[in-house]
Ligand binder design. Structure first.
Ligand code: ZN
Length: 133
């Protein structure tokens, strides 16, 4: 019986992970920390977790909790384009890893326009590491 419950938990968890495209998240995360290293910036490391938060409270897709954890709200996340997901992750990484407050570019509370992001991606990411933290 216990074995069955465990297996059910494991299966439901892994199927959500599958839907969440963890490889996509890991890629953006590792690129970010690589840039951090290259820029010789100080970046906090923390887990990124994926939960269904829509029952608790609505989020804008993801949130940085206490600078310790990025929590992604699956129900909003699933409808985002991959570009919007990338912008959102970079925004939360800015809060969590670089302790950045809201500001211009990626740190704008209203996520930057997708085509603007694509055209200015390098500059926008560089700017994240320029703000003194
Ligand atoms: Zn924010």
């Amino acid at each position: 019986m216990l074995k069955y419950i465990f297996l059910t938990l494991l299966l439901s968890c892994s199927s959500l992970q599958k839907k969440i495209d963890t490889n996509f998240i890991s890629k953006i995360e590792s690129d970010f920390f690589q840039t951090c290293k290259m820029k010789k910036a100080t970046c906090n490391q923390f887990p990124i977790s994926i939960q269904d938060l829509s029952i608790k409270r609505p989020l804008d897709g993801a949130v940085c909790f206490h600078k310790k954890e990025i929590v992604i709200d699956y129900r909003q996340w699933r409808d985002y384009t991959s570009i919007k997901k990338e912008i959102l992750l970079l925004h939360e990484l800015g809060h969590c890893a670089l302790d950045l407050p809201h500001g211009d570019g990626i740190m704008n509370p209203e996520l930057v326009d997708e085509s603007y992001f694509l055209e200015n991606k390098k500059k926008l990411i560089d700017n994240l590491f320029k703000i003194p933290n």
